[in-house]
Design a protein around this ligand. Sequence first.
Ligand SMILES: O=C(CO)COP(=O)(O)O
Length: 252
Amino acid sequence: MRNKVIAGNWKMNKVLSEAEKFVQEVVDKDPTGQGVEAIVCAPFPFLAPLVEQTKGTSVKIGAQNMHYAKNGAFTGEVSPVMLKDLGVTHVVIGHSERREYFAETDETVNKKAHAAFEHDLTPIVCVGETLDQREANETMNHIETQVREGLKDLTDAQIAETIVAYEPIWAIGTGKTASSSDANEVCGHIRNVIEKMTSTETANQVVIQYGGSVKPANVDELLTQSDIDGALVGGASLEAESFIQLVEAGKK
Ligand SMILES: O=C(CO)COP(=O)(O)O
């Protein structure tokens, strides 16, 4: 049975004091256990203090992006070596905002996924369709391409460890959630694509999250779906109380 994984993606929000206050509230409440894990994906400047603050707790700290190179002349970038050295455990790769505003492609997503495993970081690989693609019935083909290209040439063992986040772009920050059955249909499709790439056993181990306007009011229904193993949450992950409720919803 797969664990449920709830990850908060703060995006470009908060200052350090707010970040620390949030994490303290979550750590004090410790909503994990019973098959649910909690990850906070914070902006780069907060990673070191938050890793320190969560040492010995069950809350994990993730980054929202990274470069794929170990080091080098890439002004303004952050490498997987730096993240690993700090004690970061997860990294979001290929978020639709990065694809749209920062020219991320399936090729860079794939390079970053390989780099994550080379440095013992767990990638949270994001895929999702636009509203135009959904209306043109292109969702399934588009998702298949993103999954195949993004996870290309990873070993079966690495794919089993990958977290895939299905985030329909039209549902991000809009208040429009995909219906739980539509979300589950695409998450099931992702698992089928992975099964074709690897094996049934591997596909059954992959944690597939849904993201897009997830909040305490709709998380229960999403998490009861057969192929939805967690959530990648933006807006509703900014308040500790709401994040704690989301994590608790994942308990068995
Ligand atoms: O992009 C998201 C998480 O990565 C989803 O954002 P919202 O939860 O604000 O819709």
